[in-house]
Design a protein around this ligand. Structure first.
Ligand code: IMP
Length: 191
């Protein structure tokens, strides 16, 4: 296999995955294949959304392709915000999303949560799914200014600091996204 499309417009994610795959695979972005559509994420699960994006590319361009979708799942909220993590408060403002989540958890003693990433790979027309997950807990107020999203309120199991207090190398060695990408690359390199 020579070329594979990563169905993302997020250059940071593309760079991260490119550095893991090295020169064994040529990774193309949506921009590289001339696809400038913001593929609508209308699914009700992370798996559905990842599949919508990978299938969109395969059906139109007939190229091998993968796509990812991630979210935070809080046990006491029945798995919310999950697939709606990016706009939990109704807007994309992460300060508002975090505030909304902390308010919903007010008075709740069960603070268990996990981050999940699902990757959908379409290879020769067949779908393969890969998952990465990291368990942890939601603290009561934001700590740290690194990372993004819900990082300032998430402390992974076995640690006493939030994702937002970690350097990128430390977070990327244990994150849900890193685990899912490792599962994908293990599969690609055994082909
Ligand atoms: P995406 O599918 O990777 O774009 O993630 C969707 C949303 O989930 C993001 O906008 C964040 O709110 C949240 N999220 C995903 N991964 C992380 C992470 O590593 N840290 C904090 N928040 C995340």
């Amino acid at each position: 296999m020579k070329e594979i499309v990563f169905a993302t417009n997020n250059m940071h994610k593309l760079q991260e995955v490119r550095s893991i795959l090295g020169d064994r695979v040529t990774l193309l972005s949506l921009q590289d294949i001339g696809c400038d559509v913001d593929i609508p994420e209308t699914g009700r699960t992370l798996q559905e959304n990842a599949g919508i994006k990978s299938k969109y590319v395969f059906e139109r361009y007939r190229m091998n392709c993968f796509a990812d979708d991630s979210g935070l799942e809080v046990e006491a909220l029945g798995g919310e915000p999950g697939v709606y993590s990016a706009r939990y408060s109704g807007s994309r403002d992460m300060a508002k999303n975090i505030q909304h989540l902390l308010e919903k958890l007010d008075g709740q003693t069960n603070r268990m949560a996990c981050f999940k990433t699902v990757i959908s790979l379409i290879l020769d027309g067949r779908e393969y799914l890969f998952e990465g997950k990291i368990e942890g807990r939601i603290i009561h107020e934001k700590i740290g200014d690194k990372g993004f999203g819900y990082d300032p309120i998430f402390v992974p199991d076995g640690y006493s600091k939030t994702f937002a207090e970690m350097d990128p190398e430390e977070k990327n060695a244990i994150s849900h996204r890193a685990i899912a990408v490792a599962n994908l690359t293990d599969f690609l390199f055994t082909l």
